[in-house]
Design a protein around this ligand. Structure first.
Ligand SMILES: [Ca+2]
Length: 265
């Protein structure tokens, strides 16, 4: 299955990326009349934390000094409470074997966790994490972030991000993530910070900074320098973005990565 394919040759990634940009440069019909191509930013590592290499990371978020992580795979999916000062696991809350954990976000002291194909949205009280079923959604669940106390944004592996009412998970509106009209698919883990949505793209070492009103990508963040060749051997895709307001930095990790990187862009 798609979700189990952890590696794609770097040359193919670059080919897809270059093809996207070159198509937009040849005047395709979706191009804006005054294209504004995104700037490219690079990660500046200011610290590292250890990360459990058995964690198939699907969601990553900091709230009130706690780092929360969601992990996937049937039989191994969990919600985890971590110490962001040293990366240690404070508590692990397993999901039923029939559920494949995906993205998480925290709104009004509730943790909302997506599941991949069941359509179920799980809810955990942040003080006493016991799992209940909050709502259902009509698509696969991949990533989720909250943009206000009433609205969350979800991804489903396509280029579409859905803004949803937290009380029902009904879709309020959608945006099509694009660079000059060229859509950016395979959007996965999400994070909202300082007015922008940040998204991993599955298989890619890039993070996309997205205007939440238009879906336009305003910056490409090249995170390909994070893992050395040795550390990549058993590591999967980049798939954890958590904004740390105290450090004013992002914590980045990936599926089965040995390290959480504390970075600025
Ligand atoms: Ca996140």
């Amino acid at each position: 299955m798609l979700k189990d394919r952890r590696f794609l040759p770097a040359c193919l990634i670059m080919t897809l990326f270059v093809t996207l940009l070159s198509c937009n440069g040849t005047g395709n019909s979706n191009s804006n009349p005054d294209p504004v191509l995104p700037e490219t930013l690079y990660v500046d590592v200011i610290g590292t934390l250890p990360h459990d290499t058995s964690a198939f990371t699907q969601g990553f978020e900091i709230h009130d000094g706690i780092l929360w992580e969601s992990t996937g795979h049937y039989g191994y999916s969990t919600l985890r409470k971590l110490d962001p000062s040293n990366g240690s696991i404070i508590e692990t809350y397993p999901l039923p074997d029939t559920l494949f954990g995906e993205g998480i976000t925290i709104v009004n002291e509730k943790i909302y966790q997506l599941t991949w194909q069941s359509g179920l949205v799980l809810e955990w009280d942040i003080e006493n994490p016991v799992m209940t079923i909050s709502d259902t959604i009509e698509t696969e669940g991949w990533g989720i972030c909250s943009v206000s106390s009433s609205t969350v944004v979800t991804s489903n592996g396509s280029s579409t991000l859905s803004f949803r009412d937290i009380t029902s998970f009904n879709t309020l509106r959608t945006i099509n993530v694009n660079i000059d009209g060229g859509t950016i698919g395979l959007l996965n883990e999400l994070e909202y910070a300082v007015g922008y949505i940040y998204a991993n793209r599955y298989y890619s070492d890039y993070i996309y900074r997205i205007d939440p009103e238009t879906g336009n990508v305003t910056a490409l963040i090249d995170a390909s320098s994070l893992l050395s060749g040795y550390n990549r051997i058993n590591a999967g895709a980049l798939n954890g973005i958590a904004w740390d307001p105290e450090r004013e930095a992002f914590l980045l990790t990936g599926k089965n990565w040995p390290t959480v990187f504390i970075v600025t862009f």
